[in-house]
Design a protein around this ligand. Structure first.
Ligand code: ZN
Length: 133
């Protein structure tokens, strides 16, 4: 089912500042950035091992990342698990009565098909399912 940690999503107030931290303090390298307008977010990817960090900066005051930072401050936002077939996984989650934020997959950064599970069903962790080609 879940194959590996695809990435860890971290909400940050300032993307450039956060990228510099991971580059200069932890020696990671920026792989790319992307703006996802529907989600009001700008994303930076920093690979490490066979996974990566996904830094998320809000670009709209009412975006989920803005709400998260207002509520909890900067920090770990979600953990993404790689799955082979997201449609099948979503169906399986429904059968197991897991609450989904996305009943259907949508497109996330890097063209991945993604869906979020509701933290109420996952012991408090916002879990992203991610299928990448
Ligand atoms: Zn993510």
């Amino acid at each position: 089912m879940a194959k590996k940690i695809d990435h860890i999503g971290i909400a940050v107030e300032n993307l450039q500042d956060a990228v510099s931290f991971y580059e200069n303090i932890l020696g990671l390298a920026l792989h790319g950035t992307e703006s996802i307008d529907e989600q009001g977010v700008k994303v930076a990817f920093l690979p490490i091992g066979d996974t990566e960090l996904e830094l998320l900066e809000s670009t709209a005051s009412d975006s989920p990342i803005a709400e998260f930072i207002n509520l909890k401050g900067q920090g770990i936002h979600h953990i993404a698990f790689k799955v082979d077939c997201i449609e099948k996984t979503i169906e399986l989650m429904k059968k197991m009565n897991i609450r989904l934020i996305d009943e259907k997959p949508r497109y996330g950064a890097g063209g991945a098909k993604i869906a979020f599970l509701h933290p109420k069903s996952t012991k408090g962790v916002l879990i992203e399912l991610s299928e990448r080609k």
